[in-house]
Design a protein. Structure first.
Length: 402
C-alpha cells in the first residue's frame, strides 16, 4: 500500500502559543510559586472583565467547572438534568458524578444545538436544570431556554467549552444562565493545557464553588497561598481537588489578551472554508444566526456517503494519509456502550444527533494556521471528493487502493 507521508503533519487543534506565555511560565518556575496564587486571581479578574460577568472562579478543567456548578445549583441525587445528545462525554459525566440523572434531548439539525421543543418533551416532576452546550461556538436559543426555565423553575448551567467569544442578542455566553462553564483544554480558544472557569451571578455560589474546588476547606485555606499570617482552616464540606495552578493561569492571562485577534483569524478561516468548499457534495455548517456572535471554535462538515460516495471514516483516513489531522465532534452520546448499558439509551431515539455523529468531520481551524495550511486542507478535501471519470472512482478510493 503506497503511503505519501510528508513530514509536516497538520495537527488538529494545535494551540497558538507565543513567547509571552512561555516567559510567564518560566517566571513562575523561577519564583517557585507553581500552585494556586496571584496569577490565578489575576486570570479570574481578567476573564470576568472580558465576559462582563459578576464572579469568576478558576478550576483545573471544564469538567470540574461543570461538576461544581451542578452541585452549587443544589442538584441532588435522583434529580434530572436535561442536556444535548450531541456533546463531549464530559458534559454527561459531570451530571452523573453529581449523582443526578442525565436526560438527553435531540438537537436541531441545522444549528446542531439542543432543540428547545425536545427539552419541553423531556421535562418531568424531577427535572431541576437544563444544561445547554453552545456547540462549535454557535449560541443556543437562549430566549427559548430561559422561557422554559422560568415556566418550570429550572436552573440553567451553560456548557461554554466552545464558546468563549460567543454572544446571543448582546449577552455573552455563560452570563445568561445561573452558571457558565469554560474549558481551557489544549484545543480550546484559550488554552492553558488543562483548565476551566465558572462564571456565576451570585456571590454565594462563587464562594461555594471556590470552597468545593479545594477540598471543601473554609476560605481561610486560600490564605495558605499568600504571604499573609497563617490561619487555621476548617473543612466545611467534602470537596474536591479542582484548583487551578499559577502555571496554568500564567498561560491563560496572555492567551486571553489575544482572544479577540485569534477570533478574527478563525472567522477568516471559517469564511474561507465556506467559500472554497461550496459546490462540493458535502453539507457545510449553516451561517451564524442574526444578532449572535459565533466563536468559530469548530468547522464541521457532514459527509453523507450516498451523496459524497465516500464514508466519513474513509474520508478521515484519506485526510490522515494526506498528513492532515481532523476531528469528530461528536459521535452522539447514546452510541457509547456505557450510557446504553446504564440508561438504556438508543441512538435512533435521537435521530438528528445520530446522523450528525455518523457523518461529521471537523477540519483544522486553529489561529495557528496560515493561508498555505488552509490551501492544503481545501486541496485535500477537493481531491478526495472529485470524481475520476476515467477510473469511474473517487480519487480517495484510488489512493486507498494504490
Ligand atoms: C462541550 C465540552 N464540554 C466539556 C468539556 C470538558 O472540558 P475539559 O476537557 O477542560 O474538562 C469539553 C472539552 O473538551 C467540551 O468540548
Amino acid at each position: 500500500m503506497k503511503r505519501n507521508i510528508r513530514n509536516d503533519f497538520l495537527v488538529f487543534g494545535a494551540p497558538a502559543i507565543e513567547e509571552a506565555e512561555i516567559q510567564e511560565v518560566v517566571a513562575s518556575m523561577r519564583s517557585g510559586w507553581l500552585g494556586t496564587g496571584p496569577k490565578v486571581a489575576r486570570f479570574e479578574k481578567d476573564f470576568c472583565a472580558y465576559k462582563d460577568a459578576r464572579y469568576a472562579v478558576a478550576v483545573n478543567s471544564g469538567t470540574a467547572a461543570l461538576h461544581l456548578s451542578i452541585i452549587a445549583a443544589d442538584i441532588k441525587p435522583g434529580d434530572e438534568v436535561i442536556t444535548t445528545a450531541l456533546t463531549f462525554c464530559a458534559t454527561v459525566n459531570a451530571i452523573i458524578h453529581s449523582g443526578a440523572r442525565p436526560v438527553l434531548a435531540d438537537v436541531d439539525p441545522f444549528t446542531m444545538n439542543i432543540d428547545s421543543n425536545q427539552i419541553e418533551r423531556k421535562i418531568t416532576p424531577r427535572t431541576r436544570a437544563i444544561l445547554p452546550v453552545h456547540f462549535a461556538g454557535r449560541p443556543c436559543n437562549m430566549d427559548a431556554i430561559s422561557d422554559i426555565s422560568e415556566r418550570h423553575d429550572l436552573k440553567i448551567i451553560e456548557d461554554c467549552a466552545h464558546a468563549i467569544e460567543t454572544e446571543y442578542k448582546g449577552y455573552k455566553a455563560g452570563t445568561t444562565g445561573d452558571f457558565g462553564c469554560f474549558s481551557f483544554y489544549v484545543t480550546k480558544n484559550v488554552a492553558t493545557g488543562e483548565g476551566g472557569m465558572v462564571l456565576t451571578q451570585r456571590e454565594e455560589d462563587a464562594a461555594r464553588i471556590k470552597m468545593l474546588a479545594l477540598h471543601g476547606m473554609s476560605k481561610d485555606a486560600w490564605k495558605r497561598f499568600s504571604d499573609e499570617d497563617y490561619k487555621h482552616y476548617q473543612v466545611e464540606e467534602c470537596g474536591f481537588k479542582y484548583n487551578m495552578m499559577d502555571l496554568q493561569a500564567g498561560i491563560g492571562i496572555h492567551q486571553l489578551q489575544r482572544v479577540e485577534n485569534n477570533w478574527k483569524k478563525r472567522r477568516e478561516l471559517w469564511n474561507f472554508y465556506q467559500q472554497s468548499l461550496s459546490g462540493f457534495p458535502i453539507e457545510l455548517p449553516s451561517d451564524p444566526e442574526p444578532n449572535t456572535r459565533h466563536a468559530y471554535h469548530l468547522y464541521t462538515v457532514l459527509i453523507d456517503p450516498s451523496v459524497a460516495m465516500i464514508s466519513r471514516d474513509d474520508f478521515i483516513e484519506t485526510m490522515t494519509r494526506k498528513n492532515i489531522g481532523t476531528g469528530v465532534h461528536y459521535r452522539s452520546i447514546p452510541e457509547h456502550p456505557y450510557y446504553q448499558k446504564t440508561f438504556g439509551w438508543k441512538p435512533e431515539d435521537y435521530p438528528n444527533a445520530m446522523r450528525i455523529g455518523q457523518q461529521t468531520v471537523s477540519l483544522p481551524i486553529s489561529a495557528k494556521l496560515n493561508t498555505e495550511d488552509l490551501d492544503r486542507v481545501v486541496e485535500a478535501v477537493q481531491d478526495i471528493l472529485t470524481y475520476d471519470k476515467a477510473r469511474d472512482a473517487h480519487i480517495a478510493y484510488v489512493y486507498a487502493t494504490a
